[in-house]
Design a protein around this ligand. Structure first.
Ligand code: PMP
Length: 427
């Protein structure tokens, strides 16, 4: 790791949690320089939904490269971009009765969020965007202004304006519908809230601790935004592209957002790509008004087009649903076996969170997991949730193997915590 410590900026992050040098990867496995194998329950934070070096996608990419097809093209028309647009429309949008114009923005999630916010402000002529406690939408200034995390916000160095936080579903305890609170501001002429341009929401707050909004809450939010003429933006960057079992995470709630942000897994192979899906009448951009150099990653279009074959019939969604039931069962059994840990499970599809109230326990579990050859991250405002994000193509035995490693890690972490307590209170 010496080269990285010497030459790479202090801002480096994940390499600190997973301190080894990786060389190869296939499916759910990563390998390091020493030949050690790791099971990947992180998947590039939800980018590698189809696994590392998926052979179908790889074949398409090799053929594409070997035929000297265009790699970079700004946003010029290319054959593979047309193929992607047509397949995305016919395999994803049309079968769901969705009609969107597709904007190619810069290739990261935060680029998609910036574009969505800018467009919502342009369409409405208003400035404020409502976001939710513990939201994560990216770290460029516009996206950061609608992100909750205090330490990330502090990094901005300038005031972050025009974002208005509201409590997410469940944030005010059971039995409180937090949208009553939001709606009270909107309805009361003395409420002091200017009508927002947009609401941006994650159906599951992945970075925020795998918090799942209920179907009813999401539907009410959609209804509320429609009645007040507020643009509804769903950020499906981490939990879209099949993570929850359906292609879009909002399908289960029957939502039809005005704008959808996609990135991470849409490129299929881990190649950078991001999209903003826009309700056609809101597509008021002037040509080139929001442009950028890297909006024509043709390799990503090739891999993404191929990845969409997973959605040609219902088999893939069905397999995700089956695997998520298994994962849920295994985690609930684990929590049941270790009542002393006070753990809980929440999530949907193949994003599941294993949370602990004891400070530091989730982080200790993730650390111990790395020692056991499992790559896994924590999430939540206090890093209180171990976030399981395996590739969607994972085999059932690999899921079982991963949860067994988490069980071993939890036992080790509990032992360590106990030893720490005994040292503080001897006797
Ligand atoms: N939105 C969500 C929901 C995310 O999970 C992320 C990344 N974790 C982003 C936006 C930002 O994406 P990127 O890191 O590619 O800018």
């Amino acid at each position: 790791m010496q080269t990285f410590e010497l030459l790479e900026s202090e801002v480096r992050y994940y390499c600190r949690d997973f301190p080894t040098v990786f060389t190869r990867a296939t499916g759910c496995k990563l390998y390091d320089e020493g030949g050690r194998e790791y099971l990947d329950f992180f998947s590039g934070a939800g980018t590698l939904n189809y696994g590392h070096n998926n052979p179908r996608l790889k074949r398409r990419l090799i053929d594409y490269l070997e035929s000297d097809s265009v790699t970079h093209s700004l946003d010029m028309a290319t054959a593979v971009k047309r193929e992607f647009l047509e397949r995305f429309d016919s395999l994803i949008l049309a079968p769901r009765g969705l009609r969107y114009k597709i904007q190619f923005c810069g290739p990261t999630g935060t680029n998609a969020v910036e574009a969505a916010l800018k467009l919502a402000r342009k369409v409405t002529g208003r400035q404020t965007v409502v976001f939710f406690m513990n939201a994560y939408h990216g770290l460029s200034l516009g996206a950061l202004a609608v992100t909750g995390n205090a330490s990330k916000r502090a990094g901005a160095g300038v005031p972050l304006h025009y974002g208005m936080p509201m409590p997410y579903d469940g944030d005010l305890g059971p039995g409180v519908d937090t949208l009553d609170y939001f709606e009270a501001f909107l309805q009361n002429p003395g409420g002091g809230m200017e009508l927002p341009a947009a609401v941006i929401v994650e159906t599951i707050q992945a970075e925020g601790g795998v918090k799942v909004a209920s179907r009813e809450w999401l539907r009410r939010l959609a209804d509320l935004t429609r009645r007040h003429g507020i643009v509804l933006i769903v950020d499906d960057i981490q939990v879209g592209c099949g993570r929850t079992g359906s292609f879009f995470s909002f399908e289960e709630a029957g939502l039809r957002p005005d704008i959808v942000c996609l990135s991470k897994a849409i490129g299929g192979y881990g190649l950078p790509m991001a999209l903003v899906l826009i309700r056609p009448d809101l597509d008021v951009w002037q040509p080139g008004e929001h442009t950028g150099t890297f909006r024509g990653n043709n390799l990503a279009f090739a891999a993404a087009s191929e990845a969409l074959t997973y959605w040609e019939d219902g088999a893939f969604a069905e397999s995700i649903s089956k695997k998520s039931e298994l994962l849920r069962r295994l985690l609930n059994e684990l929590v049941g076996r270790h009542e002393e840990a006070g753990g809980w499970v929440r999530g949907r599809g193949l994003i599941q969170g294993l949370g602990f109230d004891a400070p530091g326990l989730a982080e200790e579990v993730a650390r111990a997991a790395f020692e056991r050859g499992l790559i896994i991250e924590t999430s939540g405002a206090r890093s209180e949730v171990v976030k399981l994000l395996p590739p969607l193509t994972i085999a059932e035995e690999e899921l079982e193997d991963g949860v067994a490693r988490i069980a071993g890690s939890l036992e080790a972490a509990l032992g360590k915590l106990e030893a720490g307590r005994a040292a503080v209170n001897p006797g």
